[in-house]
Ligand binder design. Structure first.
Ligand code: SAM
Length: 182
């Protein structure tokens, strides 16, 4: 069976590679930041955001041991990403929800997720990609995924292609949206 997470990475790798500038909008424990850093290599750059110092500490430790020096870790909400990002990024990841093993009340929320996704799309280069993993298994995750679905349906198909990948006989399982800019 194809693992949804592997599929997630397959999408990213079709759009990003060495030398690209990308962003991880929900750094967490740094696994996605690490994947992005290793994919874009020493000539690329990763901007990574989180609101928790613990996320920055965990990510810094992981990256120092395994990645080139090609990242900027930012302690701020992804809703403020405009202040930090260059004009364009080739790719971005959102892995919504809370930091595994930490305070669940510090989950991502609709009021900051929507402006962050809108800014990320505004910064996306031609042929760029955004991947957004959502967790409908908890109440805020359900509302977040519905909000994003509603928003994405309003965007022009001439400018971007937006797909949703979900196990339809397991509707509570995590799924992802892929936003590909034409
Ligand atoms: N990508 C991470 C990894 O590979 O370990 C997992 C991310 S975790 C599911 C979600 C993260 O989003 C948490 O660390 C949480 O602190 C962070 N978060 C919550 N609200 C945020 C916001 N407004 N801006 C940036 N990060 C936020």
């Amino acid at each position: 069976m194809v693992d949804l997470l592997d599929m997630h990475k397959m999408f990213l790798l079709a759009h990003i590679g060495p030398g690209d500038t990308v962003a991880d909008f929900t750094m967490g424990n740094g696994h996605d930041t690490q994947f992005l850093s290793q994919t874009v290599g020493k000539d690329g750059h990763v901007y990574a955001f989180d609101v928790q110092e613990q996320a920055l500490r965990n990510t810094r430790k992981l990256l120092e041991e395994t990645c080139p020096d090609n990242y900027t870790l930012i302690l701020d909400s992804h809703a403020n990403c405009d202040k930090y990002l260059p004009q364009t990024i080739k790719g971005g990841m959102f892995n919504l929800g809370w930091l595994p093993g930490a305070d669940k009340s510090l989950t991502t929320r609709r009021e900051s997720t929507l402006p962050a996704v809108q800014s990320a799309i505004a910064h996306l280069a031609p042929d760029g990609i955004l991947l957004i993993a959502v967790y409908p298994g908890h109440p805020e995750g359900t509302l977040e995924s519905q909000m994003l679905d509603d928003y994405f349906r309003t965007l022009s198909r001439f400018q971007m292609s937006i797909s949703r990948f979900q196990i339809i006989n397991s509707p509570q399982s995590p799924f992802f949206f892929a936003v590909e800019k034409k």
